[in-house]
Ligand binder design. Structure first.
Ligand code: ATP
Ligand code: MG
Length: 465
């Protein structure tokens, strides 16, 4: 059954319509051109004969007089055959004065002309045969005295035009069949891969997102190849997102399980028997710490989810970078002082940047906080900022524990904590750098890190200036 809504039907239908219209227009043009050319030949013959004839016609005292001339006896006026040219001469009142011999013998009648002073061509049909007639008035300077009528059957021209009409109709029918059938076959060849793509795409769901669309066929059109590649890229992104969601659920559950288990154990141990007040206080302190950690995790995850889903909008404003860094240092000064860590800040020029103040503040706070956290007592944290072309470069270096080459690729992953982290920062969540990276990407910037184990680490943040 034909599906009238299908792409295949629509392409074939419109392609056929355009083709048939073009075909009809070309054929009409050819037909009209041939018709005119062939008839012009007959008209020229009739015209020449008529003028020749009129030359011999005399008018005496208003009466037409036709001297017997060779013209009368020319074979085309005597014999009745395909080459016959008939003539008739009428006076001013359209009474027949003379006619060719062959017309007298003919068993057909040519209708009388309507008036004596017409000049030109006319065509009539006699028993299915087309007769071409040329009229030429007999004129003298005094007036019009009669009319010469020359006529000839179209004969071979009529047959040729008839044949042409039949062949055009047959060619058109044949073209319709070839165009629609052939067009259908060609379009099918290109549409079939599309149907295969739809079939394969239909079978892919959340459970088998690893599957890809593969069509085993050579010479696929470019557009189909592009479509397959684009769908496969989409599947790849979906698969990655699904994996990330699964990993996210796993990570959050896992990370929350630890403090919740500690809380549960502490409560259970406390409830085993009556205890002293100081024991309850100690238990409550542990619980408080674990609850805080859980809140930190949930808050960070919430913020990360907001950043990644684009819920957090970037509020651009002019930010004095040096001032912003000074504020970050101010919030962390206490922590640095406790570890006798010296913070050096070097930014000699006034750099005004159009960016989101809060996102930049939080990002730098996380990095500088880490630098203090993972640097031993008496260490140095150095912050520099400079403009490099289209970018503002902020670097944070420390003389801390450093990060091993095997750990470096993972430090931006959620919940990843380095080997030294547990000892130096036991309550950390491993979410700080994941958040920082997402925020910097939101600012269309980038973050890089170089580190040497035991010597120190340098983070570089680049923001479009
Ligand atoms: P939180 O930020 O919640 O306190 P965290 O610091 O462990 O936890 P991130 O800030 O994401 O988490 O850092 C991930 C890991 O990268 C850290 O655990 C640590 O091992 C390593 N790291 C980050 N910054 C530094 C640094 N300046 N020097 C050495 N190691 C670092
Ligand atoms: Mg951190």
């Amino acid at each position: 059954m034909i599906n009238y809504k299908s792409l295949k039907f629509k392409i074939v239908f419109w392609y056929s319509i355009v083709f048939i219209l073009a075909f009809i227009l070309i054929e009409i043009g050819i037909y009209l051109y041939l018709d005119r050319s062939l008839h012009r030949e007959i008209d020229i013959t009739l015209r020449e004969e008529a003028f020749e004839f009129v030359k011999n016609v005399k008018v005496k005292s208003g009466v037409i007089f036709i001297p017997d001339s060779v013209e009368f006896n020319e074979p085309e006026h005597v014999y009745l055959n395909d080459a016959s040219v008939f003539f008739r001469v009428f006076d001013g009142d359209l009474n027949l004065v003379a006619s060719s011999k062959n017309l007298k013998e003919a068993n057909f009648l040519i209708p009388r002309p309507e008036k004596p002073d017409i000049e030109g061509v006319r065509e009539i049909e006699i028993d299915g045969r087309r007769l071409r007639i040329f009229y030429l008035p007999i004129r003298t300077p005094e007036g019009t005295y009669g009319l010469v009528e020359m006529s000839k059957f179209e004969g071979i021209v009529q047959v040729a035009m008839g044949l042409l009409r039949i062949s055009v109709v047959l060619a058109l029918l044949l073209a319709v069949v070839i165009v629609s059938y052939g067009g259908g076959l060609i379009v099918s060849k290109f549409i079939n891969p599309l149907e295969q793509i739809i079939e394969k795409a239909d079978k892919i769901n959340a459970e088998n997102l690893v599957e890809r669309i593969v069509i085993h066929k050579n010479n696929l059109p470019d557009e189909i190849v592009k479509l397959i590649n684009s769908l496969n890229r989409l599947l790849e992104r979906l698969e990655k997102s699904f994996k990330q969601i699964a990993q996210f659920t796993y990570d959050v559950s896992h990370e929350l399980l630890t403090p919740l288990t500690v809380i549960k154990d502490e409560i259970e141990i406390s409830l085993m028997k009556r205890r002293k007040a100081k024991d309850y206080i100690q238990t409550l302190n542990v619980i408080h710490k674990q609850v805080n950690r859980s809140i930190d995790i949930v808050k960070s995850m919430l913020y990360l989810a907001k950043v990644e889903s684009g819920v957090i909008s970037v509020n651009l404003c002019d930010v004095n970078v040096a001032e912003l860094i000074r504020e970050v240092i101010l919030t962390l000064n206490h922590k640095a002082r406790r570890k006798s860590i010296k913070i050096r800040f070097d930014c000699n020029s006034v750099l005004i940047l159009r960016t989101d103040e809060n996102l930049l503040f939080e990002s730098l706070r996380n990095i500088i906080d880490n630098a203090i956290e993972y640097t031993g007592k008496g260490g140095i944290v150095e912050i520099k900022c400079e403009k490099a072309g289209e970018w503002l470069k902020i670097s944070i270096s420390d003389t801390g524990v450093g990060i091993g080459a095997d750990e470096l690729p993972h430090i931006f992953d959620r919940f990843y904590r380095g080997r030294s982290a547990l000892e130096l920062n036991p309550t950390g969540t491993g979410l700080g750098l994941a958040l920082t990276k997402s925020m910097i990407e939101l600012l269309k910037g980038r973050i890089d890190v170089v580190s040497q184990l035991g010597k120190g680490t340098t983070f570089t943040v680049q923001i479009p200036a």
